[in-house]
Design a protein around this ligand. Structure first.
Ligand SMILES: [Zn+2]
Length: 66
């Protein structure tokens, strides 16, 4: 959906993008006060949700987590 703009489940092309930048509850915790943002693409037909860690920098933070 991120790249095709189309739902892989129902072929609908009405996709809602929701930034995870300010949504710590759906992020991935790195510590008590630190987390990685997760962006979501939601199909407005069937409700299917695709999720991505938001940036390459965030992926690196995950990789470095001990
Ligand atoms: Zn769908």
């Amino acid at each position: 959906m991120k790249y095709t703009g189309r739902c892989p489940k129902c072929e609908n092309n009405e996709i809602k993008y929701v930034s995870g930048t300010n949504q710590s509850k759906i992020g991935i915790p790195l510590g008590i006060t630190s987390w990685v943002a997760v962006d979501r693409y939601i199909c407005l037909q069937c409700g299917y949700i695709e999720q991505y860690v938001d940036t390459a920098q965030s992926l690196q933070r995950l990789a470095n987590k001990s």
